[in-house]
Write a protein that binds this ligand. Structure first.
Ligand code: GLY
Length: 379
């Protein structure tokens, strides 16, 4: 069934891949000395100057690697490697690093190492894994998310960082990293995922006992609402933990959250709001949530039986087609591809709503890469 659905959509998949490649071939050259986060008047900004420790700084390199694997064009490799080197500035700024080191180094240095085996890339990914593992609290059984006063805070996004630890365990034939990842994933499953299969964004746990203290609405509309990018991180994060560990409970969790996401997406005509429980007006959307969810749904479809594959793959393709038709810009007037991403539900900060964000481009391209049949899993 998976193959049939992909083959029925082959022409569209090939066309989108071609449009991405054509645009990024030019843009990658123009932005080769940058690590972009967004665009200003259509031009990529540069996080190398603005903040090299920013959590999204691995996506540019990751995007270049997706295109390299798909095309074998050396230009993409060279831009990916330049961005990986820029990131060394962040590795040297330990105090400002956080749990998002998985986002930063797993798909940059980590992919480079898995492709070419370079020592320096292996070291970078290893330092990142060490930093992430060192944030584990064995009493509370969680990896601490942020720094400063936010003690005991764990955010759902963390599920996308722990695949770096599964990699480190395999690479060093050492179970410690995987043990940390597994323990953290179970804590998140028990504390973030609610009975109705939606997810809290932020949970505060007791540092000594791991007991649930309170939840926060975080980047969503309010406490108890359903921030769509958080739901998407849960879908993709739990299916990745299943792929790396084979533990059924992670597949079941990914499917439960996916089922609720799909039901909500369907009643919104596949246009994903910032929060599934936000007010009807204003109509705020977040295209990045759709791209991340699509990647997770595609992986779920690959990991369930024949009769369930359509249930996950068809919604992923529906969301991707809508993005392609209505929210993508393939011209060179604008250097990003996917428009209308939103950092958070923040009416008081309109500049953070409906903007291009680098991970929108990354996950949009990753979903098409998966549908094209490239099977190297980046996470
Ligand atoms: N904090 C990660 C995100 O904005 O999804």
């Amino acid at each position: 069934m998976y193959e049939k659905i992909v083959s029925d959509n082959k022409q569209w998949i090939d066309d989108v891949w071609e449009k991405i490649d054509k645009k990024m071939k030019v843009v990658s050259e123009l932005s080769k000395d940058k690590i972009p986060y967004t665009t200003v008047n259509g031009v990529h900004n540069n996080m190398v100057k603005d903040d090299i420790t920013w959590w999204t700084n691995g996506f540019w390199s990751g995007l270049m690697w997706l295109l390299y694997v798909g095309t074998k064009d050396e230009q993409y490799r060279s831009v990916a490697e330049a961005a990986e080197k820029f990131l060394d500035g962040a590795l040297e700024d330990y105090d400002r690093l956080h749990h998002d080191v998985g986002f930063m180094w797993h798909i940059s240095a980590g992919v480079n190492y898995r492709l070419f085996g370079g020592k320096k890339s292996r070291l970078r990914a290893t330092y990142a894994a060490d930093i992430l593992a060192s944030r584990y609290n064995p009493d509370g059984k969680f990896i601490r998310s942020w720094n400063g006063d936010n003690k005991g805070w764990v955010i759902i996004d963390s599920m996308m960082n722990i695949p770096l630890l599964y990699w480190a365990s395999e690479e060093y034939d050492d179970n410690r990293f995987k043990a940390v990842a597994l323990s953290h994933a179970k804590t998140v499953m028990e504390n973030h995922i609610r009975p109705d299969a939606t997810s809290h964004h932020i949970v505060r746990l007791d540092e000594e006992t791991g007991e649930f203290i309170e939840a926060f609405g975080g980047q969503g509309y309010e406490l108890g609402s359903s921030w769509t990018r958080g739901q998407a991180w849960a879908i993709y994060g739990f299916i990745l933990s299943y792929i790396h560990t084979g533990k059924q409970e992670f597949l079941d969790t990914a499917k439960r959250v996916a089922n609720s996401f799909i039901a909500n997406a369907a009643v919104n005509d596949w246009v994903i709001p910032i929060d599934f429980r936000q007010p009807e007006e204003p109509k705020l959307i977040d295209t990045t949530a759709a791209t991340i969810a699509a990647c997770g749904l595609i992986e779920i479809a690959k990991n369930v039986g024949e009769h369930e594959q359509k249930l996950y793959l068809t919604p992923a393709i529906k969301m991707m087609k809508l993005l392609d038709e209505k929210y993508c810009n393939y011209t060179l007037e604008e250097q990003s591809i996917v428009q209308m991403g939103s950092e958070a539900y923040r009416l008081e900060a309109p500049e953070k709503i409906h903007m291009p964000i680098i991970y929108g481009d990354y996950f949009f391209t990753e979903a098409i890469y998966k549908l094209k049949g490239f099977d190297m899993l980046f996470w």
